[in-house]
Design a binder for this molecule. Structure first.
Ligand SMILES: Nc1ncnc2c1ncn2[C@@H]1O[C@H](COP(=O)(O)OP(=O)(O)O)[C@@H](O)[C@H]1O
Ligand SMILES: N[C@@H](CCC(=O)OP(=O)(O)O)C(=O)O
Length: 370
């Protein structure tokens, strides 16, 4: 078996592990599973690569101490359970990493932290500094504050965005299944894909959205995460936690999603893949051309209408006069403000509404072409 060069040459690796790989059948953290994983991560560090761990399991880890048999349904209950479990989870990582002389650093992120520009910068700088200090960041979604609207719910896409954020060379998704199958792995006759080189390889693959008892998202969110990362030039290995040592050692286990895009250290690819737009901005022909061909910002002057309910900072689609969505971006105004802006020059907006209203509707740094 020839080693996978994208694995063995990666200088910075993001590893994501799912709840199902960290917990016992009875619920609660499986200390042996954490230990085995940390041993593998320590080996990657020992060969000189940097590692960021994205670990699920806060909710699963909080179940047993609270006497709960399964993941509660309500958001507040899940948040409370995560609050109990996250501390226990990071405690385990801290202890196990210390055995290898490594330091854990807890990083809890919400969707906003990895998408909005100001927050993104913060999270980016903190992660960069942690890596600079030789710390092994242990990332999870900030479940206790994340509401339905601003929630990933699964950590697969969060891991892909973190991989982009830290400019990782590789993303490894560890689950309870040894790779991507062409149908649900429990069905007879299905087989594992060893390589995915693009969308064509996914045609005909039946991807389930239901996860294991403790996991969420199933395979759908993992394939979505792989699309985000590979689109940003980062290859992805998807396999089971049991295969972690071989996978990170470069053995050809699991499914390798080959990089499809250029290495682009941009925080915006998530927009195209992982987000439901909250509304649509209707552009005149000149504005659509300026955005698409010249990479220009969208000005109110080129706006003919808007649909949907959105607030400043939300993702929206930019639609050309033919009704085609040409770009997706983060809008700088609330939907209720848009009717007053239509077709007006920056100067007119300044005169009519005062300072601040002359801002662009979508800044070119906040949009991605579709
Ligand atoms: N095409 C497929 N290939 C592999 N697994 C699949 C597929 N469709 C659905 N699944 C299911 O997805 C599960 C993994 O998702 P999940 O439980 O959310 O994992 P995790 O907790 O690791 O994030 C697998 O155990 C498997 O039952
Ligand atoms: N942030 C949540 C992750 C939710 C979850 O189950 O994710 P995953 O197991 O990756 O599908 C937790 O720590 O419990």
């Amino acid at each position: 078996m020839t080693a996978r060069s994208e694995v063995t040459s990666a200088a910075r690796v993001v590893v994501k592990v799912g709840s199902s790989s960290l917990t016992t059948a009875a619920g609660g953290i499986d200390p042996d599973a954490v230990r085995r994983l940390v041993d593998v991560l320590a080996a990657v560090r020992a060969r000189g690569a940097e590692v960021v761990l994205v670990s699920s399991g806060a909710i699963a880890a909080g179940l047993a101490p609270l006497g709960l048999a399964k993941r509660p349904r309500g958001l507040a209950a899940q948040q409370a359970v995560a609050s109990v479990g996250q501390g226990l989870l990071v405690h385990r990582y801290t202890e196990e990493l210390a055995r290898h002389g490594l330091i854990a650093g807890q990083v809890l992120l919400t969707v906003d932290d990895v998408t909005r520009r100001s927050h993104y910068k913060n999270a980016h700088q903190t992660l960069a500094e942690l890596l600079h200090l030789g710390v092994l960041p242990v990332v999870n979604e900030n479940d206790t504050v994340a509401t339905h609207e601003i929630r990933f719910g699964d950590n697969d896409r969060l891991a892909a965005l973190v991989a982009q954020m830290v400019h990782a060379d590789l993303l490894v998704l560890l689950s309870d299944v040894d790779g991507l199958y062409d149908g649900h792995p429990s069905e007879p006759g299905t087989s594992m894909l060893t390589d995915v080189r693009g969308e064509a390889d996914l045609a005909g693959v039946r991807i389930g959205s239901v996860g294991s008892a403790v996991g969420t998202g199933g395979m759908v969110t993992k394939v979505e995460a792989a699309r985000i990362a590979t689109g940003a030039g980062i290859p992805v290995v998807l396999t089971s936690a049991a295969n972690a040592e071989q996978a990170l050692g470069g053995d050809a286990v699991g499914t390798l999603f080959h990089a499809t895009g250029k290495r682009r250290p941009t925080r915006l690819l998530w927009l195209a893949h992982a987000t439901e737009p909250k509304g649509r901005l209707l552009l005149d022909a000149g504005a659509a051309r300026a955005v698409v061909s010249r990479g220009a910002s969208l000005l109110a002057a080129g706006l003919t209408g808007a649909e949907g309910v959105f607030e400043a900072g939300d993702p929206v689609d930019l639609v050309d006069p033919a009704g085609v969505s040409v770009a997706r971006g983060l809008v700088n105004f609330d939907a209720s403000e848009v009717p007053g802006l239509l077709g007006k020059s920056s100067r007119a907006l300044l005169a009519e509404f005062g300072k601040g209203y002359d801002r662009v509707v979508v800044h070119r740094d906040d949009l991605v072409l579709l």
